[in-house]
Design a protein around this ligand. Structure first.
Ligand SMILES: Cc1cc2nc3c(=O)[nH]c(=O)nc-3n(C[C@H](O)[C@H](O)[C@H](O)COP(=O)(O)OP(=O)(O)OC[C@H]3O[C@@H](n4cnc5c(N)ncnc54)[C@H](O)[C@@H]3O)c2cc1C
Length: 460
């Protein structure tokens, strides 16, 4: 009788876990995966996918308005939130079924149950059943953090509930300044809600390039979103059908909904990690090496639970690399540098590499190229919006080490620019590339004037 019931037990069937299971099984491993909620995890069920569908929905209001500038007469458009949510849910269920079918096709055994570790080789299911595994992969993701226990906290929703609201709130207060808060602020505003974004820091999107942060903030203001920085929510009171949000400066905002999107915490609690001596990193995620191995040699962890770069493609890549390393005889360390990323705000952001501030800290010489212009499509409707692009160049090697775009299709653009940046393209390579005209993207290869030239030797 074999020592183990399975070769690999995976806890969590999200982006990282499903990919790891499928690839490990394709190498011949006997794999079991446990999921306590819905197969597909955060991205498919209550993250990227439903969010992007809401983003698409929210952008029609601009399209209807702008159509007039192009000669169209559009009858007064009306919006029905329950229809949108029902359609989104149907698509989410379709994807969940597709993920489940993939697991079946690869003969990965799925158990719909919470799973915790009993010892380094034993997983306990909710039924009390135990499964012995040679290797264990933890891919339990992360969960919305709701902050300190302020009065009325029970009235606040997180992004999880935002996908299931029965009605579109007429007025909503959103606390947070990260990408999820900003995206939901733009979604609700686009659908017609009156939105107030409350953030404790001095500007939204901490960690992004300062020009991009400023640009988006002013565009959001132009779109009627109130962005209140330097404050926190001190309490929420229910008054009849509405909520009154008290801010740290004593002011109060009435609204129909209050949402918190102030960060996410890795799902490490209650898994049995403490007794096994699986080390938790100081950032709160499971500590792992470059092959995603924890401090216990047969236990690995991938995705948001490791709190490295919390994005779906990264979790997928980590899960895939784990399976290649452990079952495919192809050790694959993960390179977390130069990960292109997007914020599906309005306007959209696409960024990769160093911000100007990071470049000045890390490099001896930095050249900055930037441009801000009214996109062609906005001219006829007279829409008051600008597109912004910035290249951060290493002044010594001429390599483009950062690219920051705000505007239409920025997410699509940054995926492609990401290849050039990852390959080490220089500014001269960008300049040598022929423009595609008329596009917004042509600005990326036609920026000639340095906006800033920084030389540490002379700056100090
Ligand atoms: C609102 C929102 C929008 C986002 N938008 C984007 C985006 O546009 N682009 C992007 O790249 N990323 C986005 N993300 C982040 C992305 O969803 C995550 O980075 C990704 O899902 C992480 O994958 P994972 O495999 O680590 O975890 P998850 O996908 O979270 O999967 C973990 C799974 O484990 C299960 N689980 C947890 N504990 C247990 C247990 N003990 N037993 C059994 N099952 C368990 C959970 O139910 C869950 O299904 C978004 C996230 C949110 C919340």
């Amino acid at each position: 009788m074999p020592d183990h019931d399975v070769d690999l037990f995976i806890i969590g069937a999200g982006s990282g876990g499903v990919r790891a299971g499928r690839i490990a099984a394709s190498y011949g491993a006997r794999v079991m995966i446990a999921e306590e909620y819905r197969v597909g995890g955060t991205c498919v069920i209550r993250g990227c996918v439903p969010k992007k569908l809401l983003v698409y929905a929210s952008r029609f209001s601009d399209d209807f308005e702008d159509a007039a500038g192009y000669g169209w007469t559009v009858a007064e458009a009306t919006f029905h939130w329950p229809t949108l949510i029902a359609n989104v849910n149907r698509e989410v269920s379709r994807l969940e079924a597709a993920y489940t079918t993939t697991l079946e096709r690869y003969k990965v055994a799925l158990v719909k149950s919470r799973a915790v570790l009993e010892d380094a080789h034993t997983v306990r299911l909710a039924s009390g059943a135990r499964v012995r595994a040679e290797t264990i992969l933890i891919s339990t993701g992360a969960w919305p953090h709701m902050g300190p226990d302020i009065p009325g906290l029970e009235h606040a929703i997180s992004s999880n509930e935002a996908f299931h609201l029965p009605d579109l709130p007429k007025r909503i207060v959103i606390q947070g300044g990260g990408y999820i808060a900003v995206e939901f602020a733009c979604i609700f505003a686009g659908l017609g809600s009156e939105v107030t974004l409350v953030y404790r820091g001095e500007n939204i999107l901490r960690g992004f390039d300062s020009d991009i942060r400023e640009h988006l903030r002013s565009e959001m203001r132009n779109r009627g979103i109130t962005v209140t920085c330097g404050h926190t929510v001190a309490g929420i009171e229910k008054a009849g059908d509405e909520f009154v949000t008290q801010l740290s400066d004593g002011s109060a905002i009435p609204s129909d909904k209050v949402m918190f999107a102030i960060g996410r915490r890795p799902n490490v609690m209650g898994l049995g990690l403490e007794s096994l001596n699986v080390k938790i990193h100081e950032h709160g995620g499971i500590g792992v090496d470059k092959f995603s191995r924890t401090s216990v040699p047969n236990i690995y962890a991938v995705g948001d639970v490791t709190n490295r770069v919390n994005l779906t493609p990264v979790a997928i890549r980590e899960g895939h690399a784990f399976a290649d390393t452990v079952y495919g005889g192809k050790p694959k360390p993960i390179d977390h540098s130069n990960v292109p990323t997007a914020v599906f705000s309005e306007p959209e952001l696409g960024v990769i590499g160093l911000t100007e501030t990071q470049a000045r800290e890390q490099l001896a010489k930095v050249d900055i190229y930037k441009t801000s212009f009214r996109p062609m499509k906005a001219t006829l409707p007279g829409r008051d919006t600008r597109m912004f692009m910035k290249l951060v160049v290493d002044g010594t090697t001429d390599r483009v080490v950062g690219c920051h775009i705000a505007g239409h299709s920025a997410a699509e653009l940054i995926q492609v620019i990401g290849i050039a940046v990852k390959m080490g393209a220089t500014k001269a390579d960008f300049d040598a590339t022929m423009a595609v005209h008329p596009t917004a993207a042509e600005e990326l290869v036609t920026m000639r004037e340095k906006a800033v030239s920084y030389d540490r030797a002379t700056a100090e």
